[in-house]
Design a protein. Structure first.
Length: 322
């Protein structure tokens, strides 16, 4: 990491309150230190991934009351949370249960944060968390593994003038599972890259008990329209994404990882048919850490920021009220 001087803000505790002060933080060719909070969920995979980075050093783990894996943990552990914060530049929160207070304390101590489960912050606390991040000027990234699996990076770069987005997700009726379309809603938000102005949510009861066919339509401020169809009683599993852009039309089979593209070079020429393999990105945890380090060093917005999760939460709230 190159030598740099950063003028930043820090919340300093004064009596029982916090006061915002300006600090000068100096890094001179040092590694970024990372500490874990809990060792649940994908923590073991993240721990292995840390060792793959020359500019990242693992410091230890602090176990909160919600974590039950401390008995099986053999590496260095912090008994005091503040000690972990003092030793770390990055704090990774692992598992499905995260204390909001611990996240806020990390941000107040000017620590960069990685949250490995987006569901932990998909609630009304996301608004206040975003405010803390804006004031502290730190990088907070949330893990959304499906974004890596689908190669959303590549899709966003390829289709810059998107006009219509459609997800079609079906599950074999014999499985009798609920269709979770939260990642699809988030993907629509990222691909549209605009504010939602209207949402329509239609549900059609099916023959199977407590089963509904769901159709959600979105309209965005930039003119993009999108829809998501979820069927829990299909004859077979399917997962498809269709994108209509200015001079492109794509059909992506997310189960088979096949990408079919129709390109219109000119208004008069015949369209060119292309076929690609949508490569699944391996080592998701390593890619999450790589993205976070890049965002920190280059001072850029991570692919999945707290603001992105806030947009997702707002959409979920609107969908539930439709």
């Amino acid at each position: 990491m190159p030598a740099l001087i950063v003028i930043s803000n820090k919340f300093v505790k004064y009596k029982k309150n916090y006061k915002l002060c300006t600090l000068i933080v100096i890094f001179v060719d040092k590694k970024l230190n990372i500490g874990f909070v809990n060792f649940a969920g994908k923590a073991e995979e993240y721990r292995k991934a840390v060792d793959k980075f020359d500019n990242l050093s693992f410091k230890g783990v602090y176990f909160s009351r919600n974590d039950n894996s401390s008995a099986n943990y053999d590496e260095y552990r912090f008994e005091n949370y503040q000690d972990l914060l003092d030793a770390s530049d990055i704090v990774l929160f692992c598992g499905e249960k995260i204390h909001r207070r611990l996240v806020i304390d990390a941000i107040r101590n000017l620590k960069h944060v990685l949250i490995d489960d987006y569901s932990c912050v998909l609630n009304d606390s996301i608004v206040s968390l975003c405010n803390f991040v804006d004031e502290a000027e730190v990088t907070v990234q949330v893990s959304m593994p499906k974004m890596h699996y689908w190669g959303i990076y590549e899709i966003i770069e390829t289709y810059k003038n998107i006009r219509y987005i459609n997800f079609d997700k079906s599950i074999d009726y014999s499985h009798r599972r609920t269709v979770d379309i939260t990642p699809e809603i988030f993907a629509v938000i990222k691909l549209a890259d605009s504010e939602v102005v209207s949402i329509h949510n239609k549900k059609l009861p099916l023959l199977a008990r407590k089963s509904e066919l769901q159709q959600i339509s979105f309209e965005f401020l930039n003119g993009i329209n999108a829809s998501i169809r979820a069927n829990p009683c299909a004859f077979y599993d399917s997962h498809e994404l269709t994108i209509v852009a200015e001079k492109n039309m794509a059909f992506i089979d997310l189960r088979k990882c096949e990408w079919h593209n129709l390109v219109y070079r000119t208004s008069t020429a015949e369209p060119i048919k292309e076929r690609f393999t949508l490569n699944e990105i391996p080592f998701i945890e390593r890619n999450e850490l790589k993205s976070l380090i890049q965002s920190i060093t280059e001072k850029t917005e991570p692919l999945v920021s707290l603001k992105s999760i806030r947009s997702l939460w707002k959409c979920m709230e609107l969908i539930n009220t439709c």
